[in-house]
Design a protein around this ligand. Structure first.
Ligand code: SF4
Ligand code: SF4
Length: 206
């Protein structure tokens, strides 16, 4: 599992300009969409295994916490105050990994992250950015490779993938069996199978 040093290095990798204009100037993508992804209720930001403890420790030293935490069962999330759109404005350097990388997931081939891809889901339509800045993209690919090379992180995303596939099957009217059986099968999955699950998860669309 990632420890504080891993999170610090991970955050450093994806703290640059995610979006730039034609002349290479930084673009605040939230202006056009009124910070859609940061508004409470629009998205649920996952925390990686160990990230909540890391952030709680870091926030305890800083005061005025910009967000709270909650468990959504299979993952921990941040809870944003309704009173401001961007909870992390006071402490932007402590925004979670998911906030830094959104809306780009990894494009996976085998056990390698080959690039980035943007999720194609209806509730994210106000998100207008499609092309990451080249330098940021290079570091983000490295960040995803590092994340998924950690066993706990790989299992974390494979678990989300299993739940998503279970849910999709139920929505199609199929009998996907009990969710706990589906999750138990994950325990027996090989690393290669877990990577394959993650690849499907990050390629999902509505
Ligand atoms: S990442 Fe997308 S949804 Fe979030 S502020 Fe930028 S453009 Fe808007
Ligand atoms: S921590 Fe910041 S970037 Fe992340 S959802 Fe909240 S306001 Fe947006």
């Amino acid at each position: 599992m990632f420890v504080a040093k891993d999170f610090q290095e991970l955050y450093a990798l994806v703290s640059g300009d995610q979006t730039i204009d034609d002349i290479g100037a930084s673009v605040d993508c939230g202006i056009r969409c009124d910070k859609h992804c940061c508004r409470p209720g629009h998205t649920s930001k996952y925390l990686l295994p160990g990230e909540r403890a890391f952030l709680e420790d870091a926030l305890a030293e800083r005061g005025d916490p910009p967000f709270g935490f909650a468990s959504l069962g299979y993952f921990e999330t941040i809870v944003e105050p309704n009173t401001r759109a961007c909870a992390c404005e006071p402490l932007r350097d402590l925004r979670p990994f998911n906030c830094r990388i959104f809306p780009y997931g990894p494009r996976i081939e085998g056990t390698e992250v080959k690039g980035l891809q943007k999720g194609n889901r209806k509730h994210l339509e106000p998100c207008w950015i499609t092309t990451p800045a080249p330098m940021w993209e290079k570091d983000a690919v490295q960040a995803w490779q590092r994340i998924l090379s950690d066993e706990d992180n790989l299992v974390f995303f494979a678990r989300l993938a299993t739940l998503w596939e279970w849910n999709q099957a139920a929505d199609r009217g199929e009998d996907p069996g009990h969710v706990l059986v589906a999750l138990a099968s994950l325990e027996a999955a090989s690393p290669k199978e877990r990577w394959a699950l993650c690849a499907r998860f990050f390629s999902r669309s509505d």
